[in-house]
Design a protein around this ligand. Structure first.
Ligand SMILES: [Zn+2]
Length: 256
């Protein structure tokens, strides 16, 4: 599955390819521009189509998800998620969202998230891209209770909690995928500067993020890597080497 003798110009570990009007063109652009991309999904019903789109891709890998923002109306799809999880080593987007508009579904969010983590732990060799807006300490607590680092590799996407929670997350094996919008304010910069180097990955969360007026694309991760190098005060060449090594370690974890 991991065909990484391929040259790589960028690594986008969290992108919603299926939210573009033309997913197959986005996938073709990732191939052409050599961007290794994790295409997360928001409902297990989208999985068969996404898997089919990426089946023969050398650069784009589909992940199976059930987004916490959709759990209120779609929690019954957890059974379908558990079923499809048998065939996917990449899980995401799953997680918890503690913002006011989703908090009314907090209990069902926790139920869905912990069931997904239990399935990942049972199956093993699962890489999980996790949403944790206003819910990072609970996410880390669930990971600690439900998973072990030899069976589940968590990646906290758009991590925006405190450094204390970041340290705790790193101590239980979490990686962090960083997008350019996290680097647009001092708080995010301070946080990203202090995350452990061997856990850093890059992402776009495209098309849900913006570059000026336009929606971002996986190729924008090249620019994100350049900005991240400035924030971390190392050369772009060195940062690219680090991100690539981290990504290879994550891919090797699936052992496929
Ligand atoms: Zn996302």
């Amino acid at each position: 599955m991991m065909k990484y003798s391929e040259p790589i110009r960028g690594i986008d570990f969290h992108c919603h390819v299926d939210l573009y009007p033309n997913p197959t063109e986005v996938i073709a652009a990732c191939e052409r521009e050599q961007i290794a991309t994790l295409a997360v999904t928001t409902t297990p019903k989208a999985w068969p189509q996404n898997r089919q789109w990426t089946e023969r891709s050398r650069y784009v890998f589909s992940a199976l998800g059930l987004h916490p923002e959709l759990v209120g109306e779609r929690h019954r799809e957890i059974a379908l998620l558990e079923e499809y999880m048998k065939e996917s080593h990449f899980i995401g987007e799953i997680g918890l969202d503690g913002s006011p508009q989703y908090y009314k579904h907090w209990q069902v969010q926790i139920e869905v998230f912990t069931r997904a983590l239990d399935a990942a732990q049972r199956l093993g060799r699962r890489i999980v891209s996790i949403h944790s807006r206003r819910a990072a300490s609970k996410v880390v607590e669930c990971l600690e209770e439900r998973t072990t680092s030899d069976r589940v590799l968590p990646i906290l996407h758009w991590f925006s909690s405190s450094m204390a929670v970041g340290r705790k997350a790193a101590s239980i094996g979490c990686y962090f995928s960083i997008n350019h919008q996290m680097l647009e304010h001092n708080r995010g910069i301070r946080l990203v500067r202090n995350l452990p180097e061997d856990r850093l990955l890059t992402e776009t969360d495209a098309p849900l993020t913006f570059i000026g007026e336009r929606k971002s694309e996986p190729t924008d991760v090249i620019m994100t890597t350049e900005r991240l190098a400035v924030v971390r005060d190392i050369s772009v060449v060195e940062l690219r080497r680090i991100i690539r090594a981290n990504a290879m370690r994550v891919f090797r974890f699936t052992d496929v």
